[in-house]
Design a protein around this ligand. Structure first.
Ligand code: ADP
Length: 190
């Protein structure tokens, strides 16, 4: 199964991504996690990405796309994958289309987690106290939300036109959200 998980910052993509990954035996690939790991270990990629991440901006497409190509061409992605946080721009959608074409595979679905705006800020500020992410301050959170609304939310239209979108209510307890996701994926597999 080849899936994209979309939703605004704080929607719960990381949490639900790990659940889906375990349940379906596919790697969950979070571009944000890969960037943060590279920042932490001081690689060239991390050095390129850090200033953008800390400012709440997107990392440039060429950098992000190259990283995704490396990851998706690893053998564990052959049976499938779940992308969390990619694609986020029109350019990234085009890049992913051509990469999957090259591999002669296709996407099975694009799951969109919806959560209302007040809940999102609350979750991210809570996460800031727990994980201390540099980009979880209120002004940077607002900036990430604007960027999502401007650049990433419109991509849902593109995937809807391809009949790939599954919308899942991301409000409420983690377990309930996981159940809704399972139900949506079960419909997809029928
Ligand atoms: P969130 O979705 O909660 O903002 P992520 O962990 O998914 O957090 O991403 C953190 C940061 O990593 C983003 O704000 C951005 O700077 C960078 N990033 C992640 N994915 C991408 C992407 N596909 N394109 C560009 N930048 C990205």
């Amino acid at each position: 199964m080849r899936l994209i998980l979309m939703g605004p910052p704080g929607a719960g993509k990381g949490t639900q991504g790990s659940v889906i990954s375990e349940r379906y035996g596919i790697p969950a690939i979070s571009t944000g996690d890969i960037f943060r790991a590279n920042v932490a270990s001081g690689t060239a990629l991390g050095i390129q990405a850090q200033q953008h991440i800390d400012a709440g901006e997107y990392v440039p497409d060429d950098v992000t796309n190259a990283m995704v190509r490396d990851r998706l061409t690893q053998p564990d992605c052959r049976p499938g994958f779940l992308l969390d946080g990619f694609p986020r721009t029109v350019e990234q959608v085009k890049f992913l289309d051509s990469l999957l074409d090259e591999q002669q595979v296709r996407l099975d679905g694009v799951m969109v987690l919806t959560v209302n705006a007040e809940e999102l800020v609350g979750r991210l500020l809570l996460r800031a106290t727990q994980q201390g992410r540099a980009d979880d301050t209120e002004p940077v959170i607002r900036k990430r939300q604007r960027l999502y609304d401007d650049q990433t939310a419109p991509l849902i239209e593109e995937y809807a036109a391809r009949d790939l979108v599954l919308t899942v209510n991301g409000m409420g307890a983690t377990d309930h959200v996981s159940e809704r996701i399972d139900a949506a994926l079960a419909r997809l597999r029928r």
